[in-house]
Design a protein around this ligand. Structure first.
Ligand SMILES: Cc1ncc(C[n+]2csc(CCOP(=O)(O)OP(=O)(O)O)c2C)c(N)n1
Ligand SMILES: [Mg+2]
Length: 488
């Protein structure tokens, strides 16, 4: 391996062992073993942009062997991502540090996904690769042509989830997916021969993958394999024979380097063996300069590929039927304190909202979608597909000079959080309030009051085409209008 590559890789090795030592916990062995492969990947292949980590057409790098998180943090710091400073690395495994024990996804940081449960990153990577195919089909090869690289260890490949995901990737011929297998034959308890005797090559080939075997410490072999992977017609696994804890005289090649700090004495020996005459966390200027050059070069390449316009080309009007869905999606994505459920219908419905107001109306929990006249007699509240039925009812009533407004209430929890003024505007305009929702009626009584009408289903156990079900439960235009007119 050329001297420069070796020294660049050593930057990763020492940042990793120093950080694990300082935290007094972590996994130094994997980053030491895979430093050479990662260096060649980032220097010569990976398309990325430290100044714009979310660049849409970047290659994805997923660390499925998440215990080796210091490998990722070192790479991000060294190539110049703003998300991770040397201070953050010194804070490895401390409360609220971005350098968490296992990578935690943060948008726009270079940490593409949360990993740690072995095997899971492999399936995330398959998902990324599928997304890439979808985007490529939609926007064309000129705009989308990235790859997904996933680094996985022995443990990842032992997990059941890896079988399913790898099989699907082979079936779908995801040629944009490259798996770097840290084939060090060591796992947490010792040699992998204790627990597994799979023939990895046969396994991958049977799924429909290509498989290459290389020495993971040979710059030339890594380069050659990654070159081949660029042109592969199938997903590609590269088995990299490595030494876990590479460079450690007493712990290299042993599970003792897997999940504990090497210890001060051993670290001194590693420094000596790898000829690293620098203090803990010290990356010599020239080498940091070389790494930053790699980052800059990648940035320039990314700028050239300029994909800025891709998303402008999505025409919102083509989604006009989906305005409320998009609004709810945005709310879900931005929601910091609670999970969200978006319940979508498969019924073919007329669009209720055609104009994009550029204001997220759904964020209010409920909002007016229709008003048939000035002097309204009733308020009809519903959500989802029933809004469409409510609008039909409202129009029909208007033909008999009974005017009303229709309120879409996609989220009761959000509505309940609005100020009294807004709630009154929605709920206190008419004496009569009606709810229409094909589910339990109890949830609506707090809005309609006991004097209101609640159309719904307080029953179970029927299955039929939806129109018949609606008729069965009197949830149709005719029955509802009849009851409303009786009430008025
Ligand atoms: C599903 C799951 N089970 C167990 C663990 C705990 N664990 C973390 S690393 C590891 C061993 C992984 O071995 P290998 O992939 O060979 O990593 P290496 O020792 O080579 O770094 C285990 C069992 C985990 N992270 N996830
Ligand atoms: Mg291993």
């Amino acid at each position: 391996m050329s001297k420069l590559y070796k020294e660049l890789a050593n930057c990763i090795r020492f940042l990793s062992i120093d950080a694990v030592q300082k935290a007094n916990s972590g996994h130094p062995g994997m980053p030491m073993g895979m430093a050479d492969v990662a260096t060649v990947l980032f220097k010569d292949f990976l398309n990325f942009n430290p100044s714009n980590p979310s660049w849409i057409n970047r290659d994805r790098f997923v660390l499925s062997a998440g215990h080796g998180s210091m490998l990722l943090y070192s790479l991000l710091y060294l190539t110049g991502y703003k998300s991770i400073s040397l201070k953050d690395i010194k804070n490895f495994r401390q409360l609220n540090s971005i350098c968490a024990g296992h990578p935690e996804y943060h948008p726009n940081t270079g940490i593409e996904t949360t990993t740690g449960p072995l095997g899971q990153g492999i399936s995330n990577a398959v998902g990324f690769a599928i997304s890439e195919e979808i985007l490529k089909n939609k926007f064309g090869k000129k705009k989308i042509d990235h790859k997904t690289y996933v680094l996985a260890g022995d443990g990842c490949l032992m997990e059941g989830i890896s079988h399913e995901a790898l099989s699907l990737a082979g079936h779908l011929k995801l040629k944009n997916l490259i798996l770097l297998f840290d084939n060090n034959s060591i796992s947490i308890d010792g040699p992998t021969s204790l627990s597994v005797s799979d023939d990895h090559e046969k396994r991958f080939r049977s799924y429909g993958w290509n498989y290459l075997k290389i020495n993971g410490h040979s710059h030339k072999e890594i380069l050659k394999a990654l070159n081949k992977a660029q042109k592969s017609k199938k997903p590609m696994a590269i088995s990299c024979k490595t030494t876990i804890g590479y460079g450690s005289p007493n712990k290299g090649g042993k599970s003792s380097s897997h999940g504990s700090p090497l210890g001060e004495d051993e670290i001194k020996l590693v420094r000596k063996k790898l000829n690293w005459n620098y203090e803990p966390f010290e990356i010599p200027k020239e080498l940091l300069g070389e790494w930053r050059k790699i980052g800059k070069k990648a940035e320039q390449k990314s700028n050239k590929k300029n994909n800025k316009k891709i998303f402008n080309s999505i025409n919102l009007s083509s989604f006009k039927n989906l305005i409320e869905t998009f609004e709810c999606w945005q709310i879900a994505l931005e929601s910091k304190n609670s999970p969200s459920v978006i319940a979508l219908t498969r019924q073919g419905l007329d669009p209720v909202r055609i104009k994009n107001t550029f204001k997220n109306e759904s964020s209010l929990g409920a909002y007016e979608v229709l008003r048939t006249g000035e002097n309204i007699k009733l308020t009809i509240i519903s959500s989802g597909s029933e809004v469409s039925l409510s609008c039909d009812i409202s129009h029909k009533l208007a033909t008999e000079n009974i005017y009303s407004k229709v309120v879409s209430m996609p989220c009761q929890e959000l509505f309940d959080k609005q100020n009294e003024g807004y709630k009154n505007k929605i709920l206190s305009e008419t004496e009569l309030i009606v709810s229409i929702e094909a589910s339990e009626t109890g949830y609506w009584k707090k809005y309609t009051g006991t004097n209101g009408l609640n159309f719904g289903i307080d029953d179970f156990g029927k299955s039929a085409p939806y129109k018949e079900i609606y008729d069965h439960f009197n949830l149709n235009l005719k029955s509802i209008i009849k009851r409303i007119k009786e009430k008025i």
